[in-house]
Design a protein around this ligand. Structure first.
Ligand code: PHE
Length: 458
């Protein structure tokens, strides 16, 4: 068999668990802990969560399976994987555009991702020095505003984070990542549980839960649905080849279906835990759920300032969040780096340096748009907002849509059954039908609805 002979030139995971850890490392990051709570707060709470979970189940999991499958079959950087598979299946080589969209998306996500990871880094120091002891909501607002209005310190943190990312990627990701994530995930999980424990002691714990878990569909707009879909792609690292490149290092025997479900479950669970920890604090301290991208930085320090050992727990929390962001950032850069190596003969170090520096440069635009350039907007959106919105809500779902179409319509039945190894079971047909019809129709309807070409809901 052709696919059994093909090998990735960048290495292979030592086991199924190594892949699960690496892919979870990619999925769990700022998307779960920083982005999910703030966009849930901006889009009405419970109803948003409901639609988000629906997007994960109907679109996210099937597309994740497809991405891993394509990656493992092609065993190269997404562009070359798609070209090889398109050829093998007798399809147009244009399908390699999936890889191109992915490289562009991953690269652009990294530019603002590194800036936000920089905020997290800055908060490690603040938490460690006891800055948050007995802070009020007013203080945390001021602390956050001071940080983002200071371009110099933002630049320093952004630079440190990008340098860390480049350091790891230049060593090759199959080594080292497994160990980091193995220790990281359980500890992050425990700290989130401690935070949920704190939230339970706040006055408005129940209000927070009600906000998060009682769907009020009048509160969600067409744009909200669109944002929920984008968030599903962002949080699961889908639509840009990150999971595809990790799939390229996956041993041939591993079951793709169960592995994808485990990753999606952990990812969603962590996002929900973050929500449970944050919203009770929002209501207890009279903050707004719609505070925007500073939400976790304005809420969690209050908790750290009040709980026993808060200084230690807070420091550990932000530090772990930096690590979680790092394991995601690595997967954002990896497709570009492998492409430069495979197609341009660069060394890994040169490939990492050139792509990382370029992303760093565009990242400076993002961080300046928070302060110096805050006044320069397009339709009321800053440069940061445009890059964040365009990549997450447009590029990732578009990449995902193409992946769904290729995997379910254009690959032969023989290739997909062989790779997924589910036989002709109901599970296989459910996957195929979801990918052929449900996911694409869902994505297209949500797109059309958001741009106002179609009207359903409020
Ligand atoms: N999933 C990551 C997070 O939630 C971000 C990411 C998006 C990583 C796309 C890779 C690809 O933080």
């Amino acid at each position: 068999m052709m696919t059994e002979k093909r090998k990735s030139m960048h290495g292979q995971w030592s086991s199924r668990w190594a892949f699960i850890l690496a892919a979870t490392g990619s999925a769990v990051g700022l998307g779960n802990i920083w982005r999910f709570p703030y966009i849930t707060g901006e889009n009405g709470g419970g109803a948003f969560l409901c639609i988000y979970v629906l997007c994960v189940l109907l679109v996210g999991i099937p597309i994740m399976m497809a991405e891993v499958m394509l990656g493992r079959r092609g065993r190269q950087t997404p562009i070359n994987t798609m070209r090889t598979l398109a050829r093998e299946e007798g399809r147009s080589e244009w399908w390699q555009c999936i890889g191109w969209i992915g490289i562009a998306a991953g690269f652009l996500v990294l530019t603002f991702y590194s800036v936000v990871a920089g905020w997290t880094l800055a908060y490690v120091g603040r938490a460690a020095s006891g800055f948050f002891n007995n802070t009020t909501a007013e203080d945390t607002r001021v602390i956050f505003t001071q940080l983002i209005s200071n371009p110099k310190s933002l630049l320093i943190w952004h630079t440190i984070f990008m340098a860390l990312t480049m350091m790891v990627v230049s060593h090759g990701v199959t080594a080292g990542l497994e160990r980091t994530v193995r220790f990281l995930m359980p500890t992050l999980f425990i700290i989130l549980i401690v935070l949920v424990g704190y939230a339970m002691t706040t006055e408005k714990f129940v209000d927070g839960l009600v906000y998060l878990f009682t769907p009020d569909f009048t509160k969600i707009s067409a744009t909200g649905v669109f944002i929920a879909l984008g968030q599903a792609f962002f949080s699961l690292s889908l639509g840009m080849g990150a999971i595809m490149i990790y799939g390229a290092y996956l041993p041939q025997k591993t079951s793709i279906a169960s592995t994808s479900c485990i990753i999606a479950f952990i990812d969603t669970f962590i996002a929900i835990l973050a929500g449970i920890a944050i919203f009770p604090i929002v209501f207890t301290y009279a903050l707004e759920p719609s505070e925007g991208s500073g939400l976790i930085f304005k809420t969690l320090p209050i908790a750290f300032g009040q709980m026993p050992f808060g200084q230690l727990i807070g420091t550990l929390f932000f530090l772990l969040l930096v690590f979680a962001a790092l394991t995601s950032a690595i997967s954002l850069l990896e497709p570009t780096v492998t492409w430069l190596i495979e197609s341009h003969g660069m060394s890994r170090i040169m490939a990492t340096l050139s792509s990382g520096m370029f992303a760093w440069l565009i990242g400076i635009g993002c961080l300046l748009s928070l302060n110096v350039w805050a006044g320069s907007t397009l339709f009321g959106l800053t440069f940061f907002d445009i890059i964040e919105g365009f990549t997450t809500n447009v590029l990732l779902p578009l990449g995902g849509l193409l992946i769904a179409i290729f995997a379910s319509w254009l690959m032969s039945h023989k290739s997909t059954t062989e790779e997924l190894a589910l036989g002709n079971s109901t599970l296989f047909s459910t996957w195929k039908i979801t990918l052929q019809y449900i996911a694409p129709i869902f994505v297209v309807l949500i797109f059309l609805n958001a741009i106002g070409l179609l009207k359903f809901g409020s």
